[in-house]
Structure formats: C-alpha cells, structure tokens
Design a protein around this ligand. Structure first.
Ligand code: SF4
Ligand code: SF4
Length: 76
C-alpha cells in the first residue's frame, strides 16, 4: 500500500524527495498548505511502499505508511 503525506502537517522540507527510489514525491510551492508552507505529495500509482520518505522526514506525523485519501491534497 502506498505511503501518504499529510498535506497540512508537511512543511515542505523536501528531505523525502531525494531519497525516494522511484521519484514519486512532488513538491507543491503554490498554493501553500494550512501552515503557510510548501508541501509534498506522493503519487500513489508509482509508490513502491519502501518507507524511505518516512525515515527521512523530520516532521513528526507528516508521513503515513498507508494510503489515506482525505489528508493528502493533490493539486488539480
Ligand atoms: S513529507 Fe516531510 S520531508 Fe517530505 S516535504 Fe514534507 S516535511 Fe519535508
Ligand atoms: S514509500 Fe518509498 S516509493 Fe513511496 S513515496 Fe516514500 S520513498 Fe517514495
């Protein structure tokens, strides 16, 4: 099951992006999230469930090890 980034917990640090082996994490600069920062999201159709993003993220609670539909905003 793919991982999920809580859009409004993420602070856009982006430590997750270079460690993802399949380049499935995208950084969104605009619009900002509820914290007023950039944020990232996981492309669920590409994620291979490796856990590297969760291990790299410095923000507690920003990454979940399962697919959660409502917490990850994906820009249109
Ligand atoms: S999920 Fe964590 S490491 Fe990735 S951009 Fe958000 S805060 Fe940064
Ligand atoms: S679990 Fe692995 S493949 Fe999925 S987004 Fe995180 S680093 Fe990328």
């Amino acid at each position: 099951m793919p991982y999920t980034i809580y859009t409004d917990v993420c602070e856009g640090v982006a430590d997750c992006i270079p460690v993802c082996p399949v380049e499935c994490i995208e950084l969104v600069e605009e619009p900002k999230n509820a914290k007023g920062t950039a944020y990232a999201y996981v492309k669920w159709d590409i994620c291979i469930d490796c856990g590297a993003c969760l291990a790299a993220c410095p923000i507690e609670g920003a990454v979940a090890d399962e697919q959660i539909e409502d917490v990850q905003k994906i820009p249109a």
